[in-house]
Design a protein around this ligand. Sequence first.
Ligand code: G
Ligand code: G
Ligand code: MN
Ligand code: NA
Length: 253
Amino acid sequence: VQIEKKLPRALTDNEFELFYQPKIDLTTQALTGLEALIRWNDPEHGRISPASFIPIAEDSGFIVELGEWVLWEACRTNKKWQDAGYPKLPISVNVSAVQFRHPQFVRTVETVLEQTGLEPKYLELEVTESLLNDPVLIKDRLDSLKQRGISLSIDDFGTGYSSIYYLKELPLQVLKIDRTFVQNTPSSPRDNSLLQSIIQLGKSLGLTVLAEGVETKEQFDFLRQHDCDQIQGFYYSRPVDSDTMEEMLRISL
Ligand code: G
Ligand code: G
Ligand code: MN
Ligand code: NA
């Protein structure tokens, strides 16, 4: 059966689940935040990757509803963990361009924060450069989210077009370097240079710089030596389910 037709019922049947991946400070090695990543547990086909169903949900428009569910679930869970006495950390949520362009997007975010009671500073939105073919609308919307205290990250940095232009124009706090720039470090001198330059670029603009896809100790050490702020990746932890995440939070106390 077509995925597109199955998505709405999968949502009402509770087949979606959020996984969480820790973000780590390179200096202290402390947990600095969590990224929420959606998973689909299809009774028929098992776990289906977001890489295959998110683009379909974007094409059909269903991503608006699905993305709203992700926001609710991420904020509700983060608030629950804060109330349980675990360290207060920001949670980041990936936002698709289609979802972001929806006229009610900012209102939806406000409603979710109000109703869950999560303080805006504990929500971070991750957007990609693909968002950005409508710079004026995007800038207004990002400005109003930022004014409300919500933090904004540019995700997969370096893989899109006009990257530098968006750094110039948009009110960002975090630059997430795409994992393709990390994967051949430190064995490739050329990639090392690129990675160092991107880190410097982000830092010189006052952004927090996070490297994605860190899988080895050598990559971790290289990034620490070159002044990167944070990492995410299998080296520290894969994305994990909420029970496992809660256990990691408990241990971090
Ligand atoms: O978690 P994983 O590496 O399998 O994710 C694959 C892709 O799906 C990544 O590009 C990630 O950003 C995207 N993705 C994961 N969860 C969400 C989500 O809740 N919303 C959107 N829009 N994209 C997501
Ligand atoms: O596009 P985005 O950056 O949101 O994608 C996040 C995706 O990256 C998640 O699906 C997650 O499973 C994946 N991921 C996280 N850490 C690593 C890693 O160390 N190596 C690889 N190959 N993928 C990772
Ligand atoms: Mn992301
Ligand atoms: Na990424």
